[in-house]
Design a protein around this ligand. Structure first.
Ligand code: PMP
Length: 453
């Protein structure tokens, strides 16, 4: 272990990590980054196929963001927005964001991250109904295998059973229906038919609970941390129809799908739906500075704004430096036309190559929308069979090979996922595919050798 690794093991607790296991091995220490590449303390250059944690859309080393942040730190490093005060960066960002957001979204509440934005949403939707004399409308319907953050509300809204087992979650008033995961659960059904079936579970759940008890439905347009589950195109319009029928608020968590990832500004735009609230974070500041927020429709705003004080806010709501980072990031996204580039240029270029990975003997399905994709590892393509070893074992082997080959791919169980920076070039895509193919070959050989087939 290097000095860095030893100090890290001695004092730093990592998120979502088996600490004892990591500390035996030592963390990979990332020291700097440029463009789509990260560099570790041993001098390895690694293509970042995950854009950090889905956030560095505009790539590393963007001097314009650095300049904007340092200028803002000199001008006004901090001021709050609680006591009838405001400041230019937050005002400018609120106006700018709502002009990019779907037309019904003209208001924004700022937070420090995606998790606390979902906490804000939970309180806001319950307040929305209570303010209109329907305090019993408490329940928020989410999906199994959803990810909405790690705070108490975020983790409760999320649908990971292993997360719920720690700390007595979910909190009351949150229920989960099945996810639109065709590869895993669709069997022989036509994907579009399956999408409708899964969406209609929302209606069954509403009827079971009583519509007068349900406040909202929340979902990621594409489930990210759950393994890049891309729903069939029938899914979201049917969800929207059901929400409208029972007058239930529709929330899309755009923390991953926002800011160009799908080739549109937001996932809701891609799927053609009009949510009442949207969670944003990550790509908003490209991860250079932490920031999240809730985009609020006129419908919700009109109630919240006219029922006295909403007793809610964070010290860092609308932090001026984060606002400056966000404004500079939006400048890049707009001036380089990155959503459009994903839609009509680099997205199709990567998709064509990524989908061909389905021909590999280890791959049961390859899927990709915009610049976010997954591949399912299996020992038997036709049966979509699991390996003869604990789920995630082969995925982890694959991730290790990938890192060692100079490519960050993440694994969720035995699903490999990528979400590269939106600025990735054509030749970098070629490199990504070459490294992913080599990684699959090595994983295939090792999984066979170890008798996992
Ligand atoms: N929602 C979604 C869809 C996410 O992917 C994430 C983070 N991966 C979050 C919420 C939580 O965001 P944060 O980690 O910034 O709290």
């Amino acid at each position: 272990m290097t000095h860095y690794q030893a100090q890290d093991a001695a004092h730093h607790i990592h998120p979502f990590t088996d600490t004892a296991h990591l500390n035996q091995k030592g963390a990979r220490v990332i020291t700097h980054a440029e463009g789509v590449y990260i560099y570790d303390s041993k001098g390895n250059r690694i293509l970042d196929g995950m854009a950090g944690l889905w956030c560095v859309g505009v790539g590393y080393g963007r001097e314009a963001i650095v300049q904007a942040v340092s200028a803002q730190m000199r001008e006004l490093p901090y001021y709050n927005t609680f006591f009838q005060t405001s400041h230019p960066p937050v005002i400018e960002l609120a106006a700018r964001l709502t002009s990019l957001a779907p037309e019904q979204m003209n208001h924004v509440f700022f937070t420090g991250s995606g998790s606390d934005a979902n906490d804000t949403i939970l309180r806001m939707v319950r307040h929305f109904w209570a303010a209109q004399g329907q305090p019993e409308r408490q329940v928020i319907i989410s999906r199994k295998n959803a990810y909405h953050g790690s705070t108490v509300a975020g983790a409760s809204l999320g649908g990971f059973s292993v997360v719920h087992e720690q700390g007595g979650l979910p909190i009351p008033g949150i229920v989960h229906i099945n996810q639109p995961y065709w590869y895993g659960d669709g069997g022989d059904l036509d994907p579009n038919e399956f999408g409708l079936q899964r969406a209609r579970e929302l209606e069954s759940k509403i009827l079971e609970l009583g519509a007068d008890k349900v406040a909202a439905f929340i979902g990621e347009p594409i489930q990210g941390a759950g393994g890049v589950v891309i729903p069939p195109l029938t899914y979201w319009p049917e969800i929207e129809r059901i929400c409208r029928k029972y007058d239930i608020l529709l929330i899309t968590d755009e923390v991953i799908t926002g800011f160009g990832r799908t080739g549109e500004w937001f996932g809701a735009d891609y799927f053609g739906i009009k949510p009442d609230l949207m969670t944003i974070a990550k790509g908003l500041t490209a991860g250079y500075i932490p920031m999240g927020g809730v985009l609020v429709s006129d419908r919700v705003f009109d109630v919240i704004a006219n029922h006295g004080e909403f007793y809610h806010g964070y010290t860092y709501s609308g932090h001026p430096v984060a606002c400056a980072a966000a404004l500079a990031t939006l400048n890049i996204l707009e001036s380089e036309n990155l959503p459009q580039r994903v839609k009509s240029d680099i997205g199709p270029y990567l998709q064509e190559r990524w989908l061909k990975l389905a021909e590999h003997p280890l791959v049961g399905e390859a899927r990709m929308l915009g610049l976010v994709g997954g591949i399912e590892l299996t020992p038997n393509k036709t049966k979509r069979a699991p390996f003869k070893v604990e789920k995630g074992t082969v995925g982890l082997i694959c991730r290790e090979h990938s890192f060692n080959n100079g490519l960050v791919m993440r694994h969720v169980g035995d699903t490999m996922i990528i979400s590269p920076p939106l600025v990735i070039s054509h030749s970098e895509v070629d490199e990504l595919i070459e490294k992913a193919t080599l990684t699959l070959d090595q994983t295939y050989a090792q999984a066979k050798d170890q008798g996992f087939f």
